[in-house]
Design a protein around this ligand. Structure first.
Ligand code: ARG
Length: 580
């Protein structure tokens, strides 16, 4: 595996320069396949960082220094050749050893653990990670932002879990606030229990839209809404029981849809849980002298560095009610107490960046130094997420549309296999396409939602990932029984095999990158590249008709590629299909 080679090269460097091996590991990386012209070297050592870190003298000509160091390193049985580039030293490892070490784990039934124990991850902190994502609002639209939050949060949770963290997946519902006054009042007027049971999300949304329209013209409704919310805040049983029904039914519905997406939560919390605690937060701020009264009569915290009220955060309305941020402060403190997390990650669109900065600052001001281990992962806007029937209101609509369109494409294609459950396959492929479209670029970027482009079978799409996976499965199936527990690594000599091996060398680095910046694009692009390489291998490395040892070695290579694709897709939140 990659660690083995990195370690061997580091030992060589350490001996030559009389330093510790550890010093060289961070500067040693596998060479990305797409950048190679001659495809010869596998690893490179960048001298720049070593000079910055004082491991090499930082004065003098870096090119001369590179040449000098390279000439002092001698090839051996692991490193076969050493060459230099611009400020880098390139290493080529023994070809048989490369194949043997990389493909060894795939014969042992530990395919799903490939590289997860790489020593690269030793520097990452492990512990309990709380990831909060999805977090839709009851009775309101489930917009593209919620879908992005759902799939990104799921990816972060999967990745953290794969790397050995204990992950708590939390959904923080928008289940409190003035809108429930409106909803309650609206339901009393236009609601219908049967409809609520039959199609709860739809019905609640209808009532909500209707009552909002009505409230614009009708002051009685506004008064009724205020009354209802006051009853709720006062825990009056009738109001509370209606609200509770809204919440329970909504959660049940959502659970169904999340299941289709392959997403689950350990905790369904929500703003409502932190009503009383928000009052305690206010008390605490008051007693620390942090709660100021603004000219408008609202309660604010002054976050300006010079304490001149140039940057304030409102946490109490003039009528004494709390706000979104007040509940978030209380919720964070409560989560720390209940779940003892080592880090907490919030996933929302970038418009909430300021909100989370303020939240973390206020937590700090309250003496909670663990606020430093809280992180907001912001993402950009999605434009034009529409279905055939119009704007997306419910998550279910997007999933239905993805499935229907994919099913249509599958029936049009003459490559499609006879399937037991074509809907199920179309759903998994469709969702994979949605995820890949979303994860290809930096999360902060906005993008335009495009059904046709994301569902293309060729090109860098989720469909291409699924198609490659299915094709690899079919190859394995056709050759069932031909695989052997051992294989002869010596026969994997063609350039086509070697580039796949070289590409696999990067898998742990790619996971490491994603774990650091929490961006899925590294992994997505790695898998897409892998699929392109596999496509060439399908053409150039036949299994059938090859001598037995060649056939076995090639099968091992394909089986390794399939496993890595499978593992990577699952981290992204895509369920691989074995036939399509
Ligand atoms: N419900 C909110 C919304 O739809 C998102 C909640 C994000 N999480 C938080 N802790 N504030 O905008």
């Amino acid at each position: 595996m990659a660690s083995f080679f990195r370690r061997q090269i580091a030992i060589k460097l350490a001996k030559t320069l009389q330093q510790s091996e550890e010093a060289f590991l961070p500067a040693l990386t596998a060479v990305p396949v797409f950048k190679k012209q001659h495809q010869s070297s596998d690893f490179k050592l960048s001298l720049g960082p070593l000079r910055v870190n004082g491991i090499l003298p930082s004065s003098g000509d870096i090119l001369l220094q590179t040449e000098d160091l390279a000439s002092r390193l001698k090839p051996d049985s692991v490193v076969e050749s050493i060459s230099t580039g611009h400020g880098v030293i390139n290493f080529t490892v023994n070809r048989s050893l490369l194949a043997e070490k990389l493909l060894e784990p795939f014969g042992k039934g530990k395919d799903d653990q490939f590289e997860l124990n790489s020593e690269l991850f030793n520097s990452l902190k492990r512990g309990t990670t709380l990831v909060e994502y999805s977090s839709p609002n009851i009775a309101k639209k489930f917009h593209a932002g919620h879908l992005r939050s759902t799939i990104i949060g799921n990816f972060i949770s999967n990745l953290k879990q794969s790397l050995g963290n204990n992950v708590i997946r939390m959904n923080y519902l928008g289940d409190w606030g003035m809108q429930f006054g409106l909803l309650g009042a609206g339901f009393n007027q236009f609601g219908c229990m049967e409809k609520l049971k039959e199609n709860p999300l739809q019905h609640l949304f209808e009532v909500y839209v209707k009552v909002n329209k009505e409230a614009e013209l009708n002051t009685d409704i506004k008064q009724a809404a205020r009354d209802f919310f006051r009853q709720l805040e006062g825990h009056e049983s009738q109001a509370l029981s209606l609200w509770q029904q809204f919440r329970e039914i909504t959660v049940k519905e959502y659970q169904q849809v999340y299941k289709r997406l392959g997403v689950h939560f350990d905790v369904y919390s929500g703003e409502s849980f932190h009503q009383d605690q928000a009052q305690e937060v206010l008390q605490e701020l008051r007693s620390r002298g942090l709660l100021k009264t603004s000219e408008k009569g609202t309660g604010v915290v002054d976050l300006s560095p010079k304490a001149d009220m140039t940057n304030i955060c409102t946490i109490l309305r003039s009528d004494g009610t709390t706000l979104y941020i007040t509940r978030d402060i209380a919720a964070a403190i409560d989560r720390k107490e209940k779940h003892c997390f080592d880090e907490m990650i919030y996933v929302t669109d970038k418009s909430q960046e300021n909100h989370f900065n303020q939240l973390f600052q206020i937590l700090q001001a309250l003496g909670h130094s663990w606020a430093q281990s809280c992180r907001h992962v912001p993402f950009g806007l999605v434009q034009g997420m529409k279905t055939r029937t119009g704007d997306v209101v419910f998550l279910e609509d997007v999933l239905d549309e993805a499935r229907a369109r994919m099913l249509h494409n599958m029936t049009q294609s003459n490559n499609t296999k006879e399937l037991e459950n074509p809907e199920d396959t179309a759903e998994k492929v469709g969702i994979g396409a949605l995820i890949v479209q979303d994860f290809k670029g930096p999360l902060q970027s906005d993008y335009k939602f495009d059904w046709d482009r994301m569902l293309q079978a060729q090109g860098d799409t989720g469909v291409f990932l699924q198609y490659t996976h299915a094709r690899l499965c079919s190859l394995m199936q056709k050759n069932e029984g031909a695989e052997a527990p051992t294989f002869n690594p010596f026969v994997l000599r063609e350039q086509t095999s070697i580039v796949i091996l070289q590409h696999l060398l990067r898998y742990d680095e790619v996971l490491y990158q994603s774990a650091n910046d929490l961006q899925p694009k590294h992994l997505v692009n790695f898998l897409l590249k892998l699929c392109h390489l596999v496509a060439s291998a399908h053409r150039e490395l036949p299994v059938k008709g090859s001598p037995q040892d060649v056939a076995q070695a090639r099968l091992r290579l394909f089986s390794g590629a399939r496993s890595v694709l499978d593992n990577g897709m699952r981290i992204l939140g895509i369920t691989p299909v074995s036939k399509m």
